[in-house]
Design a protein around this ligand. Structure first.
Ligand code: ATP
Ligand code: MG
Length: 328
C-alpha cells in the first residue's frame, strides 16, 4: 500500500513521522519496506537489522542508521498497566466447537496470541484447524469473529470435502464458508515464510478482513529441510523470524494464529509422557497457548493445556465427529 503524499503531510501536522522521513529511506526503499510489512516506524525500530537490509536492498550500515533514527523517534517500549488493560480489551475469542475445550482455553482461541496444538498423528490437530476455519466466520453471538481465514497448508491435508461435511451437519452453507477460507499450499519453508510476509498485502490490497491464520503444520518443512545436526542453528534462526512475523500480524491486525506441531519421542522420559513438541525453546516461548492432544479411550480425544500466560494447566475430553470438534 503506497501512502499518498497528502497523508504524510497530514501526519506531520500531528507530529508523527513516516518511514520516508528516516535517513536513507527514499520513496523506492519505502515501497520495498512497506511491501515487506515494515510500514510503521515501530515495525522498523524493532525489526532484525539483517532482515531490514535484506528486504529493502539497503546496506547493513544504512539499515542500522535508519533503525537508530526510528528508535530515537519513538517512545520505545513501556506502557502502563492501564494502557495494557485497554489493549487487552480488544482481544476476541472464537469457539473450538466444544464448550469444554473452550473452557480449557478461557473461552476459546484468542486473537493477538499464538495457539499451538501438538500431538501424535491422528490426534486431531488438523481437524481442529478445519473446525476453526469455520467457527472464525460465525457471527459473534455464535462464538465466531465473523472474519475470514488464511490457511497455510504444508502437508496437503486441507480437505474442502471435510469442511463441507462439518458445515452440512451444522446447518451452515458450505459454499459460503469455503469462499472465505483462502488456502495456500507451501512447498518449502521459505515459501511458507513468504506466505506470511504476504498477509499485509492480502489485507491491505485485497481488503480481506482476516481473523485467523492457520499453519498446518508449522514444522514439517523445516524439519525435513534442516535434517542434519549442523543445520539446526540456521533452522532455529529462520523459525524465529517466521514466528515473529506471525506474532506481528497477530498484534497488528488483532487476529488469532493457530499452529499445529508434531511430537518427537523422548527416550529420556521413563515415567509420564514420553513425547514432546518439536521446535525447541524458540517455539516454546513464541506460542502463548500450548495444547497437547492425544487419543483417549473409545475414539475420544484428550486436550491438555500445558502452557498459558494466565490459565491453570488442565485437561478435558472431546470428540471428533462428522460435525468436527464436538462435545464428548
Ligand atoms: N469425517 C470424520 N468423522 C469422524 N472422525 C473423523 C473424520 N475425519 C477425521 N476423523 C478423525 O480424525 C482423525 C485425524 O485427525 P487429524 O487429521 O486432525 O490428525 P492430526 O493430528 O492432524 O495428525 P497428523 O500428525 O497425521 O497430521 C482420524 O483418525 C479420525 O479419527
Ligand atoms: Mg494433520
Amino acid at each position: 500500500m503506497v501512502k499518498k503524499k497528502e497523508d504524510v503531510t497530514e501526519n506531520h501536522e500531528d507530529g508523527e513521522i513516516e518511514i520516508e522521513d528516516l535517513p536513507g529511506v527514499g520513496p523506492m526503499t519505502a515501497d520495498k519496506l512497506r511491501d515487506a510489512g515494515y510500514d510503521t516506524i515501530m515495525s522498523i525500530a524493532v525489526a532484525p537489522t539483517s532482515e531490514l537490509s535484506e528486504s529493502s536492498g539497503m546496506s547493513a550500515a544504512s539499515a542500522t542508521k535508519a533503525q537508530i533514527a526510528a528508535r530515537n523517534a519513538m517512545d520505545m517500549g513501556f506502557i502502563t498497566g492501564t494502557e495494557l488493560v485497554e489493549r487487552r480489551k480488544t482481544i476476541e475469542r472464537m469457539t473450538t466447537g466444544s464448550e469444554d475445550f473452550d473452557g480449557l482455553l478461557g473461552g476459546g482461541i484468542e486473537t493477538q496470541s499464538i495457539t499451538e496444538a501438538f500431538g501424535e498423528f491422528g490426534s486431531g490437530k488438523s481437524q481442529l484447524a478445519m473446525m476453526l476455519a469455520i467457527t472464525c466466520q460465525l457471527p459473534k453471538k455464535d462464538g465466531g469473529l465473523n472474519r475470514d481465514i488464511l490457511f497455510i497448508d504444508t502437508e496437503n491435508t486441507f480437505r474442502p470435502e471435510r469442511i463441507t461435511q462439518m458445515c452440512e451437519t451444522r446447518g451452515l452453507n458450505p459454499k459460503k464458508i469455503l469462499s472465505r477460507i483462502m488456502v495456500a499450499r507451501a512447498y518449502t519453508s521459505d515459501h511458507q515464510m513468504l506466505l506470511v510476509d504476504k498477509v499485509d498485502e492480502v489485507i491491505n490490497k485485497h481488503g480481506k478482513d482476516i481473523g485467523l491464520i492457520i499453519v498446518d503444520s508449522l514444522m514439517s518443512l523445516f524439519r525435513s529441510e534442516y535434517a542434519g545436526r549442523g543445520t539446526l542453528a540456521v533452522r532455529q534462526q529462520k523459525l524465529n523470524r517466521h514466528l515473529h512475523s506471525l506474532q506481528r500480524m497477530a498484534d497488528k491486525h488483532n487476529l488469532a494464529i493457530y499452529l499445529t506441531n508434531q511430537v518427537q519421542s523422548n527416550p529420556a522420559v521413563f515415567f509420564g509422557n514420553p513425547t514432546k513438541a518439536i521446535g525447541g525453546h524458540i517455539l516454546g516461548h513464541a506460542s502463548q497457548f500450548r495444547i497437547y492432544l492425544r487419543k483417549g479411550k473409545a475414539g475420544k480425544r484428550v486436550a491438555r493445556l500445558v502452557d498459558s500466560p494466565y490459565l491453570p494447566e488442565g485437561e478435558i475430553i472431546f470428540n471428533i465427529t462428522e460435525k468436527g470438534i464436538d462435545e464428548a
